[in-house]
Structures are given as structure tokens and as C-alpha cells.
Ligand binder design. Structure first.
Ligand SMILES: Cc1cc2nc3c(=O)[nH]c(=O)nc-3n(C[C@H](O)[C@H](O)[C@H](O)COP(=O)(O)O)c2cc1C
Length: 150
């Protein structure tokens, strides 16, 4: 059985950087969670009440994912990474989670953020990951933290 690092990263590539380092250190495959419609810089301007990110958040909208993981069943361990948006996981992560059978998967959640902790992210995602064994959930603040976590 094998490991997968699945990640979403939008703003500055911070989560992508952590995900790539994690995949390298653990020997896991790497999968980028890409929304069907990529985020432009103005989509992410949360100071603008009408920005896409705010509309999706307020509307609790699903955000369709462009591509599915191949051979999902072959993975027993999933590292799922994302930036913290509004103290939780971006909606696209919920949509991603809904697309798979999580039964028996060992899951590690990791996030980057501007300062917020991982908060209740795990509890909020659990309904969409039925059957998963979530082993840990943490904010990765630096490459050193990532190394010690691994
Ligand atoms: C829509 C949106 C909401 C955000 N909400 C938070 C937040 O609640 N707390 C926080 O510390 N950072 C927040 N951030 C900052 C990101 O979590 C941070 O910049 C992250 O490291 C970006 O990762 P990325 O470059 O992989 O996209 C938010 C950013 C965006 C675009």
C-alpha cells in the first residue's frame, strides 16, 4: 500500500511548497487539488465582500475539482494539505473529500496560514471523510516544523 500527498494551494504557493517537501520526505505520490475554475488574484481579495472567495464561503458552495486521483484505492495513507481560509479548510477541500471513499484511510491534515492555527478544521471535515482515521491535524509554520512533524 502507498501514500499520497493531496494539496490545494492558491495564493502564494506556500502549501504547495510544504506538500512537495512532505512528499519527498515520505516517498508519497503528489496530487494537486485544482478547482475547475482556477482562482485569479482578484478572486482571493477577501477584503472585497463581492470577491469569489467570500461568495463561496457565504453561500457554502461546493467548488468543483478539475481532476480525480487515479488509483485512490491503492493508497492507505493520505496527507491532505490546504491553506487556512476563514479559520478552516477552503470549500474546495470539502468538495474533494466528498468525491472519495475514506474507509480505512489513515489521514494527516496539514495547513499553512497567515497566523491562525488549525482550529476545528478536523471536526468540520470529518462529516465528509466517513470512515477515515484522522491521526493528526496541524498548521505547518516553517520547513523546520514540517521536518519535525514527519
Ligand atoms: C480567502 C482567504 C482567507 C484566508 N483566511 C485566513 C484565516 O482565517 N487565517 C489565517 O491565518 N490566514 C488566512 N488566509 C491566509 C492564507 O491561509 C495563507 O496566506 C496561506 O499560507 C496561503 O497558502 P497558499 O500560498 O498555499 O495558497 C486566508 C487567505 C485567503 C485567500
Amino acid at each position: 500500500m502507498s501514500k499520497l500527498v493531496a494539496y490545494f494551494s492558491a495564493e502564494a504557493g506556500r502549501t504547495a511548497k510544504a506538500a512537495k517537501a512532505l512528499a519527498q520526505k515520505t516517498g508519497a505520490d503528489l496530487f494537486e487539488i485544482r478547482p475547475e475554475k482556477p482562482y485569479s488574484p482578484s478572486d482571493l481579495m477577501y477584503m472585497n465582500p463581492l470577491a469569489r472567495c467570500n461568495r463561496e464561503k457565504i453561500g457554502k458552495k461546493d467548488v468543483p475539482v478539475a481532476e480525480k486521483v487515479k488509483d485512490w484505492d491503492s493508497y492507505d495513507t493520505i496527507y491532505l494539505g490546504f491553506p487556512i481560509w476563514y479559520y478552516g479548510a477552503p470549500n474546495v477541500i470539502q468538495t474533494f473529500c466528498k468525491g472519495y471513499d475514506w474507509t480505512g484511510k489513515q489521514v494527516y491534515l496539514f495547513a499553512t496560514s497567515g497566523g491562525s492555527g488549525i482550529g476545528k478544521t478536523q471536526e468540520k471535515l470529518e462529516p465528509y471523510m466517513k470512515g477515515a482515521m484522522i491521526k493528526d491535524a496541524r498548521r505547518i509554520g516553517s520547513m523546520e516544523e514540517l521536518k519535525s512533524w514527519v
